[in-house]
Design a protein. Structure first.
Length: 210
């Protein structure tokens, strides 16, 4: 099954992708993680993307689609995949269609802007392995230290409250129209994000059966 997860930044797409990929035995592909790896490694694409990300803007379509196309051609995507963070604009969705990539279902996770700001400003990420924690909802065993690899936890620049508000504005303006795009194709399923991660996962798995 080829899936797309939609939702505002901080709606829980990455966390849900982890659970669903385990359930369906397909890879979860996060453009955010791929781009952050490029930033960390100082690649040409990473440097190109850096100024956009730090300002809370979207990375240009041609860069994103290039990364996705390369990733989907790998062997582990043959039986399906979950796209998290792409497409983010109508032109990106059209580019995926033009590449002949079949999408079976699009799950949109709905969470209020107020809750998003609270969630994201409390998020902490491991500087070594990229594991995600939260100062309220998902605390590590030892404060400031990753449970997985012992790396230092830090707040990403794009999780600062002022950047989050800007990212939400960009999301509503550029990404939200994708709901109409996929609804017209008959493959959109809307799921209300719950307080408990497991409850949201259950609703998503139910929506995939429709």
């Amino acid at each position: 099954m080829n899936l797309i997860l939609l939702g505002a930044p901080g709606a829980g797409k990455g966390t849900q992708a982890e659970f669903i990929c385990e359930k369906l035995s397909v890879p979860a592909i996060s453009t955010g993680n791929i781009i952050r790896a490029a930033l960390k490694n100082g690649t040409e694409m990473g440097l190109k993307a850096k100024s956009f990300i730090e300002a809370g803007h979207l990375v240009p379509d041609d860069v994103v689609i290039g990364i996705i196309k390369e990733r989907l051609s790998e062997d582990d995507c043959k039986n399906g995949f979950i796209l998290d963070g792409c497409p983010r604009t109508i032109p990106q969705a059209q580019a995926l269609d033009e590449m002949g990539i079949r999408i079976d279902k699009v799950i949109d996770i709905e969470v209020s802007d107020e809750e998003i700001v609270e969630r994201m400003s409390g998020r902490r990420v491991c500087s070594k392995c990229g594991a995600t924690y939260h100062v309220v909802h998902r605390m590590p065993a030892k404060e400031g230290v990753c449970d997985n690899c012992g790396g230092e936890l830090a707040q990403r620049k794009d999780d600062h409250p002022d950047t989050v508000v800007e990212r939400l504005r960009v999301y509503h303006e550029q990404t939200e129209p994708l709901k109409d795009y996929y609804e017209k194709k008959g493959i959109l399923r809307i799921v209300e994000g719950q307080g408990e991660v497991k409850e949201t996962t259950a609703l998503i798995l139910k929506a995939l059966e429709d």
